[in-house]
Write a protein that binds this ligand. Structure first.
Ligand code: BG6
Length: 509
């Protein structure tokens, strides 16, 4: 177990939804599991006026996301609340950061936290630059006494230019190794397990290349719509919200070369190389290989469901995509000409994220019926969520006369590891940052490289209104046009069910 220094977590955007829903519950889990250092404090910062007591009530004693936990005993809640403090400042005004510094100094002294500070920016992205400047003006970026780290929430930039500018601005006040760009997908155990599946098992890695893999498919489906985030989402869309960050991170784990060591720099170097090898998309390939869609009115299980344009905060004539499917290539030795397919969307039939490795079909059909099987390819399905696990599909003989074959499943489910506690993504990532481990955080250069790939799509959509946004009824698998992306006889997307192994006969959505 790595050592965790005494420290303070300063949360900007302390009165916001993410803080209440994810951050405080994650820190509480660390507290309840005994993973916080001996001396620790949380200082919430935002504009709203709260006393320490009021703030503790809001984020601890009246926080349903925390109270629902088994570990939320009276003793734990009280003990945890004692670590929490609050300071109101006008974050937009860099002149007020002196006030923050004073308060932080007092908390630090009172709790003996050795002047080690993490600043977590859980605010609208428009404030990232101001906050980092304010911290630097107040000399809260220097590491003369104790260390300083800055965690930045997504979205990191709106396009390539703004991401580069943001990187430059942050680097003017903090050094790269102080900056932790969070992508909560990297905190998911199942995402990290892609790395282990590949590099701890000799049976997979020798096959993990263009000679044996026919195509790679990633689906991140959500059954929810934009909920209360219409205002944000309408300016973002699925490509920025999911693909540029979360799904590109999955691609990097699937496609990277083995790193020299399992440490932050080696792993992040290999991920960067994947992004640098993405075949750039020209206008023709964008029109042909990228499909965007938006959910429209429909009926799901007898209930009327309003289309995206009717959601609160959304422009009634919006062309923002709530669905996107892409086909692209990675031009390197391992992956040359292997298509990668990605799709993600809101208001799809179920919530599921999985990646599917389709192995090459048999080049010679020895058995009577194997050529007739629509999907007679071996398939490795890595289920990120829910029903987390891994499924290998392969052919077996059907008992009886002759050599008739049938595809069967071999599966592993995470929930079989009953005595292993699986931490929430934020819990894992916050603990890593507390211990100075940046492996599961994005590096600035990789983030820019991912933007470089995505940016031409955004530009094409903006400049050419003739590129269609297909409507799809809420509750369906998105525009049918996405089916045409997959070429190859009998090759289609895998339509996942909520349970990893349910397919073919019965599928629960
Ligand atoms: C967030 C997006 O980053 O990820 C949301 O902004 C999306 O729109 C969410 O719903 C998905 O995360 P998860 O962990 O539920 O798959």
């Amino acid at each position: 177990m790595k050592k965790t220094d005494n420290q303070v977590l300063v949360i900007f955007g302390a009165s916001g939804d993410l803080t209440r829903r994810k951050l405080i519950p994650a820190v509480f889990n660390l507290y309840a599991s005994g993973l916080l250092p001996e001396c620790y404090a949380v200082l919430g910062v935002s504009r709203s006026e709260f006393s320490d007591e009021d703030y503790r009530a809001k984020v601890v004693f009246e926080n349903e996301h925390l109270l629902s936990k088994d570990s939320a005993t009276e003793e734990n809640l009280k003990g945890f609340a004692n670590l929490i403090f609050y300071q109101s400042i006008d974050t937009k005004d860099t002149g007020t950061y002196g006030q923050l510094k004073d308060r932080l100094g007092r908390v630090d002294e009172n709790k003996a936290t050795c002047s080690n500070y993490i600043f977590y920016l859980s605010t609208p992205p428009s404030l990232y630059e101001t906050i980092s400047e304010g911290l630097a003006d107040a000399d809260l970026n220097t590491e003369d006494a104790g260390w300083r780290k800055l965690i930045i929430e997504k979205p990191f930039g709106y396009d390539l230019d703004s991401a580069k500018k943001l990187n430059d601005k942050l680097l003017a006040s903090f050094s790269e190794d102080q900056i932790y760009r969070i992508d909560h997908y990297l905190g998911k155990e199942t995402v990290q397990n892609i790395f282990v599946t590949r590099f701890a098992n000799t049976i997979f890695e020798p096959l993990w290349n263009r000679n044996y893999i026919n195509r790679v498919e990633i689906t991140a489906a959500e059954s929810v719509g934009v909920e209360k985030r219409g205002g944000y989402y309408d300016g973002s869309g699925a490509l920025r919200d999911m693909v540029q960050n979360h799904l590109m991170q999955l691609v990097a784990f699937v496609a990277m070369e083995p790193p020299v060591k399992a440490d932050a720099e080696s792993i992040r170097n290999e991920k960067l190389k994947v992004f640098q090898s993405l075949r750039p998309l020209d206008e023709k390939s964008i029109r042909k290989n990228i499909i965007r869609g938006q959910y429209i009115d429909s009926k799901i299980r007898g209930e009327e469901v309003a289309g995206y344009r009717k959601e609160t905060g959304v422009d009634p004539e919006s062309k923002t995509e709530t669905y996107v499917a892409l086909k692209f290539f990675i031009d390197n030795w391992r992956w040359k000409d292997v298509p990668f397919y990605i799709r993600t969307g809101k208001k799809l039939p179920t919530r599921v994220t999985e990646l599917v490795i389709h192995f090459q079909p048999n080049h010679h059909h020895l058995f009577a019926n194997d050529s007739a099987l629509a999907n007679a390819q071996n398939m490795l399905v890595i289920r990120i969520q829910p029903d987390e696990g891994i499924l290998l599909k392969f052919d077996m003989k059907i008992p009886g006369a002759g050599f008739n074959t049938e595809q069967v499943n071999m599966d592993f489910m995470y929930n079989q590891l009953t005595d292993v506690y699986v931490p929430d993504a934020y819990e894992r990532l916050i603990l890593d940052c507390m211990q100075g481990d940046a492996t599961l955080y994005s590096r600035g250069d990789a983030l820019e490289a991912a933007w470089e790939f995505v940016n031409p799509i955004l530009e094409a959509w903006e400049n050419d209104p003739a590129i269609p946004v297909y409507g799809y009824p809420a509750g369906t698998w998105g525009p049918e046009h996405a089916d045409d992306l997959i070429d190859g006889k009998n090759m289609i997307w895998r339509y996942p069910c909520s349970n990893l192994t349910d397919d073919g006969i019965y599928c629960e959505l």
